[in-house]
Design a protein around this ligand. Sequence first.
Ligand code: FEO
Length: 398
Amino acid sequence: MNPVEIKKDIYWVGVLDWHIRDFHGYSTPKGTTYNAYLAMDEKIALFDTVKKPFLKEFVASLSRIIDPKRIDYLIVNHVEMDHSGAVPEMIELIQPEKVFCSPMGKKALIQHYHREDWPFEVVETGKTLSLGRKSVSFLETRMLHWPDSMMSYIPEEKLLLSSDGFGQHWATSQRFDDEVDAGELMKHAAKYYANILMLFSPLVRKLLAKVAELGIEIDMIAPDHGLIWRSDPGSIIEAYGRWSRQESTRKALVIYDTMWQATESMAYAISEGLKAEGIDFKLFNLRLNHRSDVMTEVLDAGALVLGSPTLNNGMMPTMADLLCYMKGLRPTGKIGAAFGSYGWSGEAVKQITEAMTEMNMQVEEGVRVQYAPRKEDLDKCFELGRQIGRAMNAAQSA
Ligand code: FEO
């Protein structure tokens, strides 16, 4: 796609990846973008590059503005390969005067590309680079979401080049928030937060506090994926505040797998119990829903009710997959319970309960049923739903 001027003499020079459907385990049904930015001034600076397979397209796009050889500085805000994959070839082509990166960025670039001879210039938070009329102020954001991560701020334009932060995996021909449906944009941003940043929520809260403390004025946020926040950057900052506090809504998720619909019928009965207490619920059959979509819903859910039949003395592989993924993303403040049908050994409910306890959930006693549930078993499930609903109501009013 052709470059797009986002501020005077500052261009989006990214590429669209319409076809990616799996981003290291995160489903991307609408593709993504790899955003890079070019600032034209007395010195010309390129902020980040793109995933390696898009190198040719990237160079063609840059060439519509200038001969890439005229670029003076390469600024590497993040070393993950969707942004640095084209760095070796770009350095070869540009022969930049300097490659700016964080201290951990230098280390990671060397560890990835084994080139200690590149003209590194290590920058830390508060370090400023003059481009001429404009300047760049660097802000390290270590572990948001890699050790090397940093953001670049151009104060003259009140522009924050935010690396992965505030991004979304969504390929569109539009480049700005006000050109797309606001609800869909926020859903993609929430999915990104839930699946990439949730575990770093305490650091997100610190970063937002730091930005407020430094009095950084932000008129535009340009992330490395998806749309640029032009008309309402405050909306995504406010959402990050909410998500990083992991504020729960009156929403419970009933997430399960099933072999012969016994566990599924328990899920329905639990849902009815939740509804009886005025709780909104959503059902997710793990055969039909991707783990990353489930995690997006986990972000603001108050309770997780997880069900699995027992298979070979354990839980279903889909549930093990979800729990492994969820544990890494560290959701906090959830009420939990397990349920499931079994034939003769029945370990799944216990194993799920243990996994939820390890995640510091407030775990209610679950329900286990041998083979097909009778009416009294489904009544127990209904009562479990009510019990969770009452616990959620108590938590909301506390
Ligand atoms: Fe978009 Fe962490 O890379």
